[in-house]
Ligand binder design. Sequence first.
Ligand SMILES: C[S@@+](CC[C@H](N)C(=O)[O-])C[C@H]1O[C@@H](n2cnc3c(N)ncnc32)[C@H](O)[C@@H]1O
Length: 331
Amino acid sequence: MGREISAPALFQLGYYWEAKIFLTSVRLDIYTALAKGPKSAAEIAQAVNADTTSLARLLDALVAIGLLTRQEMQYANTPTVAEFLVKTSPFYLGELMLLQDEEWEHWGRLEKIVQTGRPNITGNIFMNRPEIGELVLKVLHRMGQRVAPILSEKIDLSPYQTLLDVGGGAGTFSLAFCKRYPNLSATLFDLPQTLLTTKKHLDEEKMADRIQLVGGDFNKDLFPGIYDVVFLSDILHYQTSEENAALIQKLYRATKPGGKIIVKDMLINPEVSNPGWNAIFSIHLLVYTEKGRCFPENEVRGWMEQAGFHSIVEVERNTVLTAVKSKGGLG
Ligand SMILES: C[S@@+](CC[C@H](N)C(=O)[O-])C[C@H]1O[C@@H](n2cnc3c(N)ncnc32)[C@H](O)[C@@H]1O
């Protein structure tokens, strides 16, 4: 059972108007225009290049929602939007909203997708639309900077020296693990087009000497060595079961005997009574990927066991699993 839905909440669910008003305000970057203080509709329209009359209506709607305030026809940011939606703020989260807005047209086809079972999208956005891929990685990096150091504390990698970060993206987790464990060096394997973004991050962090970048396709190419630890974060939900089972087998071969695998993803709670929020995320994958979905945790455990890993531990509920390759484990 999910949350309880009252009659007013039911109406609220159907009214997507507020969502689109909000996303449009982020796309127009209204909040950055107000960063230095209150402005009139005409001043904001000039700053964001919009029609004053229509924009004034949008601004009033934003006041009604509670995102802006208005006094004597001067509009101002509320503290929350000033913190999270002004581009110069260190906590800016606008990219996440821009990504949601990017999917808008696709969500309009949800009924068709559910009726036909046919995807809306072909291919992989990281391969076909690197500019969107870069936006996704920016958002993941911003969010990951909070969770990656916590994960590196929770999973003790002090006995290990080498880590393979498969589809490592912006390098968020390689960076956190290498910072936490000074004896560790990482190999980050990702698509060549993504590595351009990764390189920028590593150069900024001055960690390029600890993290080697290798370009390739993890479904087609060989990994460049064998490692003490292999790490896979937010990859499974873009792929089919068959691809994931094969990838985990390949990772088994890339793990040294006695080594560890860490799998992090958005897993579905196996308790059928409440599959959890990831069931909703799985609809985003239905709409905006060719074959992605959130998998039940027991299916992921199955791929790990079939590959030969054992001692599976759930480190974070429905998110992180670790397992071990036996000391005598063969390739
Ligand atoms: C959702 S991001 C996850 C990034 C990172 N692991 C994290 O958790 O922050 C998926 C990553 O997988 C990479 N990727 C997708 N398909 C790939 C493929 N076939 N081979 C190699 N990398 C791939 C993308 O370029 C992207 O960096």
